[in-house]
Design a protein around this ligand. Structure first.
Ligand SMILES: Nc1ncnc2c1ncn2[C@@H]1O[C@H](COP(=O)(O)OP(=O)(O)OP(=O)(O)O)[C@@H](O)[C@H]1O
Ligand SMILES: [Mg+2]
Length: 234
């Protein structure tokens, strides 16, 4: 589905991602790493918001490097960003509809897509007219995921979906992501919460200082000595 090869990214003359390669099939993939490792930078490259210095990003067989963001979105990649994800003064319903607005094939399936979102997040159906900004942090994050799903993505990218949520909501959120993946949507998520993140993914990468230092199945990452020491506190 998505294959990144030998990606190098710099801000001005400062390199931040080095020779990075990564692959996502129909699966949930994690990208774990500390603050400043380059997780958001990589996501911004996939979405066409930053142009890499070199390397290729193939999505469904075509190189999307240099393609405009709205065209990449139309190919089937949706993002739940790290922050400022919603229109706070707009209702839940308006926020959901906005998720489909710029995607022609999604615009024709708004009712179906909303029903799909409600099967995953029933709470949103009860809150359709509530202003997004008045919802709890957990509800807002679920709405942000719902809005991204309205674009009918093949690949859903989430940048640190657990940030700022209390532990019980993190567990609930990750169970929802598992459900979404089982419905056939591939997932790439970045996380600093490696312990919970490992439970939701099939396979994961560890990125440190802009380089992939580890790549493995979820269960093997959980047993890896470096992961245990640096990220799991055991
Ligand atoms: N617009 C920018 N201009 C210059 N440097 C930047 C810019 N954005 C990010 N950086 C730098 O690039 C590096 C990677 O940042 P990035 O935001 O990708 O990290 P991250 O892994 O997402 O971190 P976090 O977990 O804190 O979100 C950092 O050293 C950061 O300071
Ligand atoms: Mg980030």
């Amino acid at each position: 589905m998505l294959e990144i090869k030998d990606l190098n990214v710099a801000y001005g003359k400062v390199p931040v991602i080095w020779d990075l390669s990564l692959k996502i099939d129909s699966e949930a993939v994690g990208l774990f790493g500390p603050n400043g490792a380059g997780k958001t930078t990589l996501i911004n490259c996939i979405l066409g918001l930053i142009r890499p210095v070199s390397g290729t990003i193939n999505f469904e067989g075509q190189n999307i490097v240099g393609m405009e963001t709205h065209k990449i979105a139309r190919l089937g990649i949706a993002l739940v960003p790290q922050e400022r994800e919603l229109f706070p003064l707009m209702s839940v319903e308006e926020n959901l509809k906005a998720g489909a607005a710029y995607i022609p094939h999604a615009r024709n399936h708004i009712v179906d897509s909303m029903n799909f979102v409600f099967t995953i997040f029933p709470v949103l159906k009860e809150r359709l007219s509530q202003k997004a900004g008045t919802m709890s942090g957990g509800e807002q994050r679920m709405l942000a995921v719902g809005r991204a799903l309205m674009a009918r993505p093949k690949l859903l990218i989430l940048d640190e979906p657990s940030v700022g949520l209390q532990p019980s909501i993190v567990i609930e959120m990750f169970a929802k992501l598992r459900q979404i993946k089982n419905e056939g949507v591939a997932i790439l998520l970045t996380e600093q919460n490696v312990k919970q993140g490992l439970k939701v993914i099939d396979r994961g990468y560890v990125i440190e200082n802009g380089r992939i230092v580890l790549e493995d199945e979820s269960k093997d990452l959980a047993q890896n000595e470096h992961v245990k020491k640096a990220y799991l506190g055991v």
